[in-house]
Design a protein around this ligand. Structure first.
Ligand code: PLP
Length: 416
């Protein structure tokens, strides 16, 4: 589908068949059956426009990006700058300088945790997380706590998987220097009230980081409206290539932060005695970046805009409600977490059947779902579990695919 085929604003009808034709991998078979890709929370599939953009970059534009040497260097530099612009507009950042490119959410969170442990955090300070965090939003803060003498506090979730907002509020205080929270839980699908949580954290003067890995593929993100200080995401979960992600940060905060990795591009003057550093975002982008992947991220954002984020959210909300309703009807199946608002994923277990075994049986029918800890062991432990099965959805999934999943689960359940 060309971009012009998609209206710019949310349309009441959503032509999922046309959208599926944009994704070459969705046309393939798996074990002789049509591939049913229900693992988009792990990584999303890529539309042809993104693949083409990466190919065009390597066929026509490849160069390292230091300007002023030759024409291709300028072309590649423009591709990289344009991608930064696209991300800035997509997030409603105030300027493109607020966007630092990284490899993905994990690297972005490690970057912030390392920077804060060198500057913001002092012994006795508190870092507040929620019980629903991915390991990528836990372990870097453990490093930071160890290095700085700060301590980690954890806001609990209830039996539905919703944050207990009153408990979160009670944990906020004058010692809270950093609040780092997921936008959407990758294990349960809980959409966190990040705007309200940010407002509460701001009242005690904390710096607020949002792990947007699962948020940005499913919700429009307006960082100024949320009011957060940093928002981190991975391109590969947003239909873009692997190896690129971004950290949005408020301009004045980036300005105050020291560099992280040293090397080319992040410096102004270097002698053996001393170096001076470039201004953000370059200060935090040492070395040669993933230029082709950045260009692919720009193409993915253009593609999503051409469909319309409201249309996507509307379609996905209905699809997820249908999937939840149908999945819950399967005998011996227990859904884990029933949050008030859900995005992208449904987690469940099946009585007497190991998750991995169910995943393998589904795979034999061409259905790809994830089984395991989802890199979120603490939230599974909260529900007395070590693993779950997790189908995850994107706007290219269909009701028919949900039906295939549910029928296959019924068959597996009946054979016990
Ligand atoms: N945070 C959340 C909520 C995630 O779901 C993931 C990946 O699944 C990550 C962080 C880490 O993302 P990446 O592996 O792309 O760095």
């Amino acid at each position: 589908m060309s971009q012009n085929d998609h209206p710019a604003t949310a349309a009441p009808t959503f032509d999922v068949a046309a959208i599926r034709r944009d994704f070459p991998i969705l046309q393939r078979q798996m074990h002789g059956k049509p591939l049913v890709w229900l693992d988009s929370a792990a990584t999303a599939q890529k539309p042809q426009v993104v693949i083409d953009r990466v190919v065009r970059y390597y066929e026509q534009e490849n160069s390292n990006i230091h300007r002023g040497t030759h024409t291709l260097a300028e072309v590649a530099c423009d591709a990289y700058d344009d991608a930064r612009d696209s991300v800035a507009v997509f997030l409603n950042a105030a300027t493109q300088d607020e966007i630092v490119f990284v490899r993905g959410t994990t690297e972005g969170l490690n970057l912030l945790a390392a920077l804060f442990s060198d500057s913001l955090l002092k012994p006795g300070d508190e870092i507040l997380l929620t019980q629903a965090e991915h390991h990528a939003n836990i372990v870097p803060w453990q490093f930071a706590a160890k290095k700085s003498g700060a301590v980690i506090r954890v806001a609990p979730v209830d039996d539905n998987g919703d944050l207990i907002l009153a408990a979160y509020e009670r944990l906020l205080g004058p010692r809270t220097k950093v609040v780092s929270i997921t936008h959407i839980s990758n294990a349960l699908g809980t959409v966190m009230p990040i705007r309200e949580m940010t407002q509460m954290a701001k009242r005690v003067g904390a710096t607020v980081v949002i792990d947007g890995a699962q948020g940005i593929p499913h919700r429009r993100v307006d960082v100024q409206d949320i009011g957060c200080d940093f928002y981190v995401f991975s391109g590969h979960k947003l239909f873009a290539p692997c190896g690129i992600g971004a950290v949005y940060g408020r301009h004045e905060l980036w300005q105050q932060l020291p560099p992280w990795q040293g090397g080319g591009s992040m410096v102004q003057q270097v002698t053996f005695e001393h170096s001076t550093y470039a201004t953000p975002p370059k200060r935090f982008e040492a070395g040669t970046p993933a230029v082709a992947s950045a260009a692919g991220l720009g193409a993915a954002i253009d593609y999503l805009n051409s469909i319309g984020l409201e249309a996507i959210e509307h379609y996905e909300t209905e699809l997820l409600a249908y999937a939840l309703e149908e999945i819950r009807k399967v005998n011996g199946l227990r859904v884990i977490g029933m949050p008030k608002e859900r995005g992208g994923v449904i987690s469940f277990v099946m009585d007497g059947l190991p998750d991995l075994q169910v995943a393998k049986l589904l795979d034999a029918q061409g259905i790809a779902v994830r089984a395991g800890t989802h890199c979120a062991q603490p939230i599974l432990a909260r529900f007395g579990l070590q693993s779950t099965l997790r189908p995850s959805f994107a706007f290219y999934n269909t009701r028919e695919e949900v039906d295939v999943l549910v029928e296959t689960l019924r068959g597996i359940s009946a054979r016990r």
